[in-house]
Design a binder for this molecule. Structure first.
Ligand SMILES: [Ca+2]
Ligand SMILES: [Ca+2]
Length: 489
């Protein structure tokens, strides 16, 4: 290892000498843009190095790794340059540079410092600093910046090692320089957005300025994507104008993304994307009997309405405690609970006799209490029919099922669960709200002989019996006297 290191040193010293000699003779071989240098040995020979602190250390080439490196001096702070010549035209008024760098001694707390600069000659005095960085990773890490430029003809990218003495090795590779003069639009801004059920609406402000800091001339365009799929483009927009976006989404969570783009002289540039997460709810979702509601996940929880009746910010949330998705009411130290979770509409059809059940569990050994109601509207005040009353539950170790049968009327009903735990309890979980008809075997599924080894029967979410459910279909399964929601696999 050590031998190899010294051989590199000697080889590099020779190469460095020859590179300097080229420069001294004015034999500059500038690169053209876009410039992308690993570099190779031949490319390194076109660089100029400057050992400004005149010590024994300077930038060298590592032929095994195809990188340039500066290794530490124990006596002098680094002040060492690499100058890379490149050719600029009058249109190259804005440039982007990137390099990858690592600090070999990071594990021993030795980071390294460097600067990038641009100038009209291979001298420290001509250099204008465009980036100053501390390298604190020992794997190659990208560093980049953009900068304005007024040099035409041959210019030099300066890489300046500035690590204090006694550090380790700064390595650099993948030196990329490109013209950045074509205007790039700034990111559009989501001024407002809202979900109304499945309907998404937003107002998006188009950028008026480019990344380069100039006003965008001509028209700008907007790309609207849902979950990474381009859904719509809006073209010929006035820079700085507002765009109204409307879309109907499918039920569930989605990521909305906007990108502004601009075409200048045949070249299209894009802004950085801006995204937001939204949840689409099917407000008109209407369940039928038999009804089974987990809630299965956060999306299904989102179909429910939470009413913090005492406005104390302690109210029902979605929980997956112990892997069981459920409704969860915590506790308030001073207030008795008065909090509702109201489930989506259930159409009883002509059913007027039902069995309703829920599973519940306390979080700890404190006594919790709740009631289950039926109401004609999704509001606390409409919850007039008490179906289940649980004045005391303090069983945290397993789920307890509470059920009742009641005579009611057909049509649309909402289930409301009211937490009524005393102040300063601990927490209440409720899940698996089930309603089945006790008088209509066609709409409901009661009246069917239930046996443990009975063949399963399938119903769709509207309660219609299915002869042969399809793969992937969400169905209500009734088997052995139990009813549950399932996906056919
Ligand atoms: Ca030096
Ligand atoms: Ca509350």
């Amino acid at each position: 290892m050590k031998k190899s290191y010294f051989s590199h040193l000697m080889l590099s010293a020779m190469l460095t000498a020859s590179a300097s000699a080229f420069a001294a003779e004015g034999d500059v071989q500038p690169f053209t843009l876009p410039m992308s240098l690993r570099p190779t040995l031949a490319e390194f020979e076109r660089f100029t190095t400057l050992n400004a602190n005149n010590d024994t250390r300077e930038w060298q080439f590592n032929e095994d790794e195809n990188c340039i490196y500066y290794s530490y001096s124990s006596t002098k702070d680094a002040d060492d340059w690499v100058f890379i010549p490149f050719e600029l035209s009058a249109g190259d008024t804005y440039l982007k540079v990137s390099v990858e760098a690592l600090a070999s001694g990071v594990a021993q707390w030795y980071d390294e410092n460097f600067e990038l600069a641009i100038g009209g000659s291979a001298t420290a005095a001509s250099m204008r600093t465009i980036l100053t960085k501390t390298v604190d990773q020992d794997t190659y890490t990208p560093y980049e910046t953009t900068f304005s430029n007024d040099i035409t003809g041959t210019a030099y990218l300066g890489i300046h090692a500035t690590s204090p003495k006694g550090r380790r090795t700064l390595k650099m590779r993948n030196i990329v320089l490109q013209s950045y003069a074509t205007p790039i639009p700034l990111t559009p801004q989501i001024k407002s957005s809202a979900m109304d059920g499945l309907d998404y609406k937003a107002t998006v402000a188009m950028p008026s300025m480019s990344v380069q800091g100039n006003a965008i001339e001509g028209k700008v365009n907007l790309r609207f994507s849902v979950d990474g799929t381009e859904t719509r483009t809006f073209t010929d927009l006035t820079p700085g104008s507002d765009v109204n976006v409307e879309a109907t989404l499918t039920k569930g969570n989605h990521t909305i993304t906007y990108v502004a783009y601009l075409t200048t002289d045949g070249t299209t540039t894009e802004s950085e994307p801006v995204s937001e997460a939204v949840t689409a709810k099917d407000l008109n979702a209407q369940y039928a009997l038999p009804f089974t509601f987990g809630p299965a996940d956060a999306v299904e929880f989102g179909e429910c309405k939470v009413v913090d009746g005492n406005c104390d910010d302690k109210t029902w949330t979605f929980s997956t405690e112990k892997g069981d998705p459920s409704f969860y009411y915590p506790y308030h130290s001073k207030n008795k609970a008065n909090d509702w979770i109201i489930l989506p509409a259930v159409n009883f059809g002509t059913t007027d006799k039902i069995r309703i059940s829920v599973d519940a569990r306390s979080k700890g050994s404190y006594t919790e209490s709740f009631e289950v109601y039926l109401g004609r509207d999704a509001s606390a005040s409409a919850m007039t029919v008490m179906a289940i009353e649980v004045p005391e539950i303090k069983n945290s170790s397993s789920w307890t099922t509470y059920e009742s049968t009641l005579d009611t009327e057909g049509g649309i009903w909402f289930v409301g669960i009211k937490a009524s735990s005393p102040a300063d309890a601990y927490g209440l979980y409720v899940r698996n709200v089930r309603i089945e008809s006790l008088n209509d075997p066609q709409v409901g599924v009661e009246g069917i002989e239930s046996e443990i080894d009975a063949e399963p029967e399938y119903f769709n979410l509207q309660g219609v019996r299915l002869a042969a459910p399809e793969k992937g279909q969400i169905v209500i399964v009734r088997k052995g006297g139990k009813t549950f929601k399932s996906i056919i696999r």
